[in-house]
Design a protein. Structure first.
Length: 68
């Protein structure tokens, strides 16, 4: 819908059981104390896992595009 791929942040708000998209950020901050990183690590994963995951997504996408 918005054309994002890789990593991005979507801010939602809920009112009366309905969710509303407030903002789509295709380039959120990646510092250890950023909201994006805090949400990722809240599930028990490490900051290092986050960075590795983003790099791996980019590499897979690059390889896929290079083959086509």
């Amino acid at each position: 819908m918005v054309g994002c791929k890789g990593y991005f942040r979507v801010d939602l708000r809920e009112k009366d059981g309905h969710f509303y998209v407030i903002d789509v950020n295709p380039n959120p901050a990646l510092t250890r104390d950023s909201g994006f990183a805090r949400q990722y690590t809240k599930g028990g994963r490490s900051y290092e896992d986050l960075i590795c995951h983003i790099v791996n997504l980019a590499l897979k996408d690059h390889i896929k595009e290079a083959k086509s």
